[in-house]
Ligand binder design. Structure first.
Ligand code: FES
Length: 121
């Protein structure tokens, strides 16, 4: 038996987990994740993108890199910091089918080094 077709054409999970202030791993919410996730969802509605779902996610266990999102079915991860980052992911990846290299996270990546626009960069 083959797998059923995906329910959503594009499924985005944005971590919005909040940890107590001072937690050693930090949290995506402390870096503005909820507002950025809401911006992404609103832009998808504005642009009328069909077949996309943008979900709040709990901790995705890449907290030190946050805020982070993962886009399926590709399973591509991004770290982002601003609404401009979100817009670029939307235009380039979601709409254009490309990749935003400067924000991409590699599977083995443990720090934000190399991610343009990272906090403190
Ligand atoms: S708090 Fe966002 S990945 Fe853990």
């Amino acid at each position: 038996m083959t797998d059923p077709a995906p329910y959503y054409r594009i499924h985005v999970f944005c971590c919005v987990n909040q940890r107590p202030e001072g937690h050693p791993r930090g949290s995506c919410a402390a870096q503005g994740a909820q507002g950025l996730r809401n911006f992404l969802a609103a832009r998808c509605r504005e642009l009328g993108i069909e077949g996309i779902r943008v979900n709040n996610a709990g901790c995705l266990d890449r907290c030190e890199l946050g805020p982070v999102m993962v886009i399926y079915p590709e399973g591509v991860w991004y770290a982002y910091s601003t609404s401009e980052d979100i817009e670029e992911i939307l235009q380039t990846h979601v709409i254009g089918g490309g990749r935003v290299d400067r924000l991409l996270l590699q599977p083995e990546q443990k720090t934000r080094d190399g991610v343009v626009g990272s906090p403190g960069a």
